[in-house]
Design a protein around this ligand. Structure first.
Ligand SMILES: Nc1ncnc2c1ncn2[C@@H]1O[C@H](COP(=O)(O)OP(=O)(O)OP(=O)(O)O)[C@@H](O)[C@H]1O
Length: 505
């Protein structure tokens, strides 16, 4: 693989190309991390976004503000050593960008109090998904919607605006909208977005239904309820949650929520316990074919906005990989990347909770500042660690797939796949959806970011190759034998300010 010239196409192609013989023969001869004498891969990313890198204080006319739910404080972006600046007006004027639109928020028929909330977040123009979806979402009579758009392109605001537009504000204690998300962190984040977009809407009431948030026997008395499926199911069963007047139900990360092996049963049961729902909304960046069929049953006769597979990746995320000497050897590589990880903020994804805890302990012992979060942590502790990460107090977060989806922290400039995401019984198949969601924690709304996936043996290598082939992408190899070069490449991307010029995939 490492000898393959840069024009050789995707990683997967490389495997079936000249390097294949090495791999195919490979039961024994695959040598990860082999020297790379004549490689020109560095050229592939020397100008990663087709423009020069610019540091903080460069000539960018108008920096993109956060769009964060807590104005200017939510993301830690401003603490970063190199602030990532994006000229959003350029990006949103690029017809190939998922952030492109021809309209304004006013033209989409949004209520003025909601508009005020959007402007307070410094949203100037809708993104493509917002522009396309909102007229359909806000039309009467209410119609169901299945909507797909790349990670970090503003799906949350699209469904939050819809929810806020559907409520009967004369009934502030009557639950009328339910939004479900796969993790407590994402549910809390959505709750925050509802609060921020709805801050000028008089009489709006919101409540979270995540583990530990609702006291036993207390009734939910808010118009908008945002929660996780298990907790919501329990609250309805215990009659703490009156679902008799439900106008909107929204599943964020819908493919994950409807996945038969995962949360599918719970979401279906929740839906069955609700006597009538005017509008069912399903949103995600990914809708694999199998789940799409089920989604169409869950949200019948829905308007659909779909993407083709090769449109799914966000161009601002530079996807790279590293051949590590062995499974154990991944740790040393990770430790060597620490300096780069703290230029902005970083998330390291591992498969198992134990691995997350072990790596965090080792890195801490080696003098690095990191935090870990996974499902074995108690709820309040999870909340406080994630909050530290959001505010930039903690810059390196080690976690499992529990935080792979939806989490929006704009300062994240690097994602590391310490373990390649796998699915199926005994991890038999690569998991392209999880890969896409994981790397989508960076490169939010036109920003740049780097993802580095670690491979160390034939299985991890082929899994990553299959993922690359699935999306038709080419991954850049980073050389562990030349750290100066590796560092230069990664820094060049992270510090570049014009992600938007390269948003097409
Ligand atoms: N029109 C807009 N203008 C500026 N910023 C926006 C706009 N819409 C959304 N954003 C910001 O973009 C970021 C990403 O939005 P959001 O979290 O909704 O992405 P998403 O599409 O749901 O991604 P994912 O698939 O990863 O969940 C957020 O910080 C949000 O505040």
């Amino acid at each position: 693989m490492s000898e393959t010239p840069k024009t050789s196409g995707s990683l997967a192609d490389r495997i079936t190309g000249p390097a294949a013989s090495k791999l195919d023969a490979a039961t024994t001869s695959f040598t990860p991390g082999a020297a790379n004498p004549s490689s020109s891969w560095a050229d592939e990313v020397a100008s990663p976004v087709g423009t020069e890198s610019k540091q903080l204080g460069g000539t960018v006319e108008q920096a993109q503000l956060d769009g964060a739910t807590i104005p200017l404080a939510g993301s830690g972006l401003h603490d970063a050593q190199y602030e990532v600046e994006v000229k959003l007006s350029d990006i949103q004027g690029d017809v190939n960008s998922p952030l492109f639109s021809v309209s304004t928020f006013e033209e989409l028929g949004i209520n003025k109090d909601i508009l005020q909330g959007l402007y307070s977040m410094n949203f100037k123009k809708p993104s493509k998904i917002q522009e396309k979806a909102l007229p359909l979402l806000l039309a009467n009579p209410p119609a169901n919607m299945i909507a797909q758009s790349q990670s970090g392109t503003g799906k949350t605001a699209a469904f939050v605006i819809t929810i806020l537009s559907r409520l009967d504000y004369t009934r502030p204690h009557q639950p009328q909208a339910l939004c479900l998300a796969p993790s407590r962190e994402l549910a809390r984040q959505i709750e925050g977005v509802v609060r921020t977009i709805g801050q000028f809407v008089e009489g709006l009431t919101i409540q979270a239904a995540v583990p530990g948030a609702v006291e036993r026997n207390a009734r939910l008395q808010a118009m908008v309820v945002v929660g996780t499926p298990g907790t919501v199911m329990d609250l309805i069963k215990r009659r703490q949650f009156d679902v008799s007047n439900m106008k909107v139900m929204c599943l964020d990360e819908a493919d994950n929520m409807l996945d038969q092996q995962g949360l599918g049963d719970q979401c279906l049961r929740v839906k069955q316990m609700i006597p009538r729902i005017d509008q069912i909304l399903l949103f995600s960046a990914t809708f694999p074919d199998g789940v799409m069929r089920y989604a169409q049953q869950f949200s019948p006769s829905a308007n659909e906005i779909k993407l083709k597979r090769d449109e799914l990746t966000v161009g601002g995320i530079k996807q790279m990989y590293m051949d590590c000497p062995s499974d154990e050897g991944k740790y040393d590589i990770l430790a060597s990347l620490y300096g780069l990880m703290t230029i902005g903020s970083s998330i390291i994804f591992v498969k198992k909770k134990d691995t997350a805890s072990q790596i965090a302990a080792r890195l801490t012992q080696d003098g690095h500042k990191v935090v870990a979060v996974h499902s074995a942590f108690e709820g309040a502790e999870r909340d406080s660690i994630v909050e530290d990460f959001r505010t930039g107090k903690a810059k390196v977060l080690i976690t499992t797939n529990v935080l792979a989806r939806g989490i929006d922290v704009s300062s994240v400039s690097m994602v590391i796949n310490y373990d390649i995401p796998m699915k199926g019984r005994s991890d038999s198949e690569p998991d392209p959806e999880t890969y896409l969601h994981r790397i989508g924690r960076t490169g939010r709304f036109g920003r740049v970011g780097v993802s580095i996936s670690f491979v160390f043996d034939r299985k991890s290598f082929s899994a990553l190759s299959e993922i690359a082939k699935h999306y038709g992408i080419d991954l850049v190899k980073l050389d562990q034998d030349d750290w100066d070069k590796t560092e230069a490449i990664v820094k060049d991307v992270i510090k570049s300010s014009r992600a938007g010029t390269n948003l097409q995939s």
